[in-house]
Design a protein around this ligand. Structure first.
Ligand code: C5P
Length: 223
């Protein structure tokens, strides 16, 4: 491929999107938050009471969903059929349902197709669970991020607690992460796993700046 693709995969709440955004900004690449896409689809399924076990209903729903990113910002603002849903998709309602929806074959097929189209010609950073393994196996640079689960839960909890009228507890956040890690790594359709050529980045004791320098150092040779 002539355009550069950086794939960032890893467990939930490892700081993938923080690093991906910073890296995209530094390199002037496009940033795509693939998790936001699965979250927006999940929101649609919840709102419209789509029965995930009904294949026809799922396929119809996927045809009725249009997702768009604001290409010019690095905050992964996403619209679902024209409506800005960036805030709503971060709530616990979506977080608790997203692993089940994203395990669905038809959902993944459509999301992967759209993601591959986004990576056809432009330099981009995409973060998710299967970017280096399924979406862009030929990405020039791949990272696999991990961090201590307690540290991850605390980081995410702080983020959620900073938002108005959020009642969620640290234990609930921890449980949600543990559940998603388990579901994401054990599902049948492209489970979360490290690509053989992915560079491991354990950021338990790293600052965002250190992570950015580390990652950018690996991309520079391709610029
Ligand atoms: O990255 P984030 O935590 O927002 O992703 C939410 C969920 O979406 C994950 O727990 C996972 O189930 C799903 N996901 C996925 N494949 C991706 C990105 C996210 O299955 N590439």
């Amino acid at each position: 491929r002539s355009n550069i693709v950086v794939a960032i995969d890893g467990y939930s709440s490892c700081g993938k999107s923080t690093l991906a955004k910073a890296l995209a900004k530094t390199l002037n690449f496009i940033y795509v938050d693939s998790g936001a896409m699965y979250r927006a689809v999940t929101l649609y399924f919840l709102r419209n009471h789509i029965d995930i076990s009904n294949e026809i209903a799922v396929m119809d729903a996927m045809q009725a969903i249009e997702l768009n990113f604001n290409a010019r910002d690095y905050e992964s603002h996403i619209t679902l059929n024209g409506e800005e849903v960036s805030e709503e998709i971060r709530g616990m309602l979506v977080s608790d349902a997203v692993s089940e929806v994203s395990a669905n074959k038809w959902v993944r097929q459509e999301m992967v197709r759209q993601q591959q189209r986004m990576g056809q010609s432009k330099n981009l950073v995409m973060d998710g669970r299967d970017i280096g393994t399924t979406v862009f196996p030929d990405a020039q640079v791949k990272f696999f991020m991990t961090a201590d689960p307690k540290v991850r839960a605390e980081r995410r909890y702080k983020e959620l607690a900073a938002k108005a009228n959020n009642q969620v507890t640290l234990e609930e956040v921890f449980e949600n992460l543990a559940h998603r890690d388990y579901a994401d790594t054990t599902r049948k359709e492209s489970p979360l796993t490290r690509a053989d050529d992915a560079i491991i980045l354990d950021n338990t004791e790293m600052t965002p700046r250190e992570q950015l320098d580390f990652a950018a150092g690996h991309v520079r040779p391709f610029l």
